[in-house]
Design a binder for this molecule. Structure first.
Ligand code: AMP
Length: 335
């Protein structure tokens, strides 16, 4: 058994995993979902619901299952086309976990323990799951399974891509060329949306009360209220200064991402925080309301969405079979 030629599938392929640990928000939309929908006809695109990653901390089984379907439905509502994009739940493609195990066999315990996110997250918990320690290896499997060469990430994920890179190199050196070696890339235009109540932290699914998180399924009046209550500062003029005025900069960035313009340019068009906030409310509602309407339609038939996910998983199993077969053979397993 030989590995698929490393340059046989050289077309740039993109991968995004969304963890069904909570509800999707405007950060997910502007930072991931909208760019996926916009680029899916030009790139091979893989989007998986990272349900296995949602179980590395204490979780509620019913919530993970519900969130997985909700997130998939929102991705479809936001324009992800399951005919061209490989959209599936990670757990329905056992190759992820199979490759995870094979990669654990080239990972040092110390290497996993050095991951900053593991150290930070485990310090906040009393009972730490072993899967929290090993999830960066599962992430490496997610990437290598699809033979991804460039992984677009925020700075907080650099170390994980570095691990995927190290594991690919080590596996290839020990057992023969099997995986393309991925690199992290930092798209300069990628939106990074901050929490409206604490603009020094990223908007996230799990932030405290949710007061600073614009959930995609929040009713319009709730979205409006959250934007109007966004933390700014005591200044009065609108300027784009992420370091000294992170709250205002975040509002400008949200508006910029919705309008496809630059935040610094937009800053010159507003003479008060009130007017800026009103414009952000309009822009967010213009983006989110059609998604909510489509979501409502799609949710009338959850079996249809579930069927699309099953079909996506079947295609993903077929698309990744050669890579897993090659890795199994290289490492010494009988076929
Ligand atoms: P997660 O919410 O961590 O499961 O991430 C799913 C996708 O959304 C990833 O591609 C993240 O980079 C992206 N994402 C998550 N939070 C934000 C945010 N606040 N701003 C921009 N992109 C985000």
């Amino acid at each position: 058994m030989t590995a698929p030629a490393l340059d046989a599938r050289s077309r740039l392929r993109r991968i995004t995993g969304l963890t069904p640990s909570g509800h999707l928000h405007v950060g997910n939309l502007l930072g991931a979902m909208a760019p996926i929908a916009a680029g899916q006809y030009d790139h091979d695109t893989v989007v998986f619901l990272a349900d296995l990653h949602a179980m590395t901390v204490r979780h509620d089984p019913a919530r993970v299952r519900a969130n997985t379907l909700e997130q998939a439905t929102l991705l479809l509502a936001a324009g992800v086309d399951p005919e061209v994009t490989l959209l599936y739940p990670q757990s329905q493609v056992p190759a992820h976990t199979e490759l995870h195990y094979l990669l654990e066999c080239v990972t040092g315990v110390g290497e996993a323990q050095r991951m900053i996110q593991y150290r930070e997250k485990s310090a906040r918990q009393r009972q730490v799951r072993l899967s929290l320690l090993t999830y960066p290896v599962l992430m490496a499997a997610d990437i290598l399974l699809h033979r991804i060469r460039e992984v677009p990430v925020g700075d907080d994920q650099d170390q994980h891509v570095e691990l995927a890179r190290d594991l690919a190199i080590r596996f290839n050196q020990r057992y023969g060329d099997t995986f393309p070696v991925p690199v992290a890339v930092h798209p300069s235009a990628a939106a990074r949306v901050m929490d409206l109540a604490d603009p020094t932290s990223k908007m996230s699914k799990s932030a405290g009360s949710g007061a600073g998180t614009l959930f995609l399924l929040d009713p319009p009046d709730v979205l409006r209220r959250k934007v109007l209550r966004a933390v700014t500062d005591s200044g009065t003029t609108v300027a784009y200064d992420p370091v000294h005025r992170p709250g205002v900069a975040n509002l400008l960035e949200i508006l910029a991402a919705c309008a496809g313009r630059s935040p610094a340019d937009l800053a010159t068009e507003f003479d008060s925080y009130g007017r800026l906030k009103a414009a952000v409310v309009d822009a967010v509602l213009a983006r989110v309301t059609p998604i909510q309407a489509r979501y409502a339609e799609l949710s009338r038939d959850p079996a249809h969405v579930h069927g699309l996910l099953r079909a996506g998983a079947e295609r993903a199993r077929a698309a990744t079979a050669d890579t897993v077969r090659a890795a199994r053979a290289a490492i010494g397993l009988l076929d």
